[in-house]
Design a protein around this ligand. Sequence first.
Ligand SMILES: Nc1ncnc2c1ncn2[C@@H]1O[C@H](COP(=O)(O)OP(=O)(O)OP(=O)(O)O)[C@@H](O)[C@H]1O
Ligand SMILES: [Mg+2]
Length: 302
Amino acid sequence: MIEAISCSKIIKGRNILNDINFKVNKGSIFGYLGPNGAGKTTTIRIAMGLMKPSSGSLRVLGSDLDKNIDLRGKVGILTENSGLYSNLNALENLKYFGALYSVKDFENKARHLLDFVSLPYSDDQKAGLFSTGMKRKLSLAKAIINDPEVLFLDEPTAGLDPESQKMVRDLITDLAKNKRITVFLTSHNLDEVQKICDHICIINRGQIIADDTLSNLQKIYSRSIFNIKFSSENMPAKAYDLLKSKYPGLSIEMAEDALNITDSNFETNKIIKLLIENNIEVKEAASQKSSLEEIYLNLIRN
Ligand SMILES: Nc1ncnc2c1ncn2[C@@H]1O[C@H](COP(=O)(O)OP(=O)(O)OP(=O)(O)O)[C@@H](O)[C@H]1O
Ligand SMILES: [Mg+2]
C-alpha cells in the first residue's frame, strides 16, 4: 500500500532522507518513529506528493502521488498544522471537505463524524478559536470524511488530554481492523505506539535503523531479564551472595527489593529452588521483555 524504494531527499546540500526503504501492508498500523528532525514529516510530505524525492521513489497505492493526482482522493492526512478553515465552524469545515471530495450525503456524514469525535455541530465557534485538542479531533474527522484507503497521521495525539488520546487510539484501531484502512503514523508517545502499531520503523538522521514487528524487535533487541522480588529487605543481598557462590558466572544485577538475572542461558526453576531451600522467601518472579521505549532509546543512542 505504501512503499519507499531507495528514497533520498537532499535539501540545500543536506541529506534529509538517506536511501530509505520500507513497505506498509494493507490494514496495518505502521508506527514511524524517530527524534525531532529525523525526517518523519518529510517522508509524509514526499508520500503525499507535496515534495519530490531527490532520488528513488515513495509509492502510495502503487503510484507516486505527485504524478497520479486522482489517487489523492483515496488518501487522508492529518498534519501538525491542521489545514482547517479558521473562519468556518466544525460542521462547515467538514461539509466543505466532504463537497470537495464529492462525498455522497456529506452533510449527514459530517454530523456523524462530529458525533464520533465528540465535537458540537450546532456551535457558532469558528475552528480558528478551537483548543489544540478540538482542532486535532476536527482534523482527524476531516482526514477520514472521504473514506480513504490510506491514512497518514503525523502525531495524531500530541497535545490531547488522556481521554481524547484513548478515543483517537480506539478510532485508529477501528479504522485499520474493521475498515482495513492502512495507517501510517508518527508519534513520540512510545507507549501509544506499542499499544496500537503492528509494525514499527525507526528513523534517525534520515536513515532507517530498525524496521520490524514489535515482537521481532523485542526478540532481537530485548535483554532477557528474570526479575525476582523478595518479601524482606535483606533478602536480595543474601540471595545475591548465595547465587554468586553457586553460579559464579551468572550475571546478576541488584535492585532495591529485587534481583535481575540478565543471563539468557540459565534455568529459572533451579534458581528459585535453591533460594527456597535456603529459606530465602521469594515474593514474585517473572521474565520481562524490554518495552519499546527501552529498545528505541538503545537504538537511538548507539
Ligand atoms: N523545506 C525545508 N527546507 C530546509 N530544511 C528542511 C525542510 N523541510 C525539512 N527540513 C529539515 O529536514 C529535517 C527533517 O525534518 P522533519 O520535519 O522531516 O523532521 P521530523 O522527523 O518530522 O521531526 P519532528 O519530530 O520534530 O516533527 C530537519 O532538520 C528540518 O530542518
Ligand atoms: Mg514532524
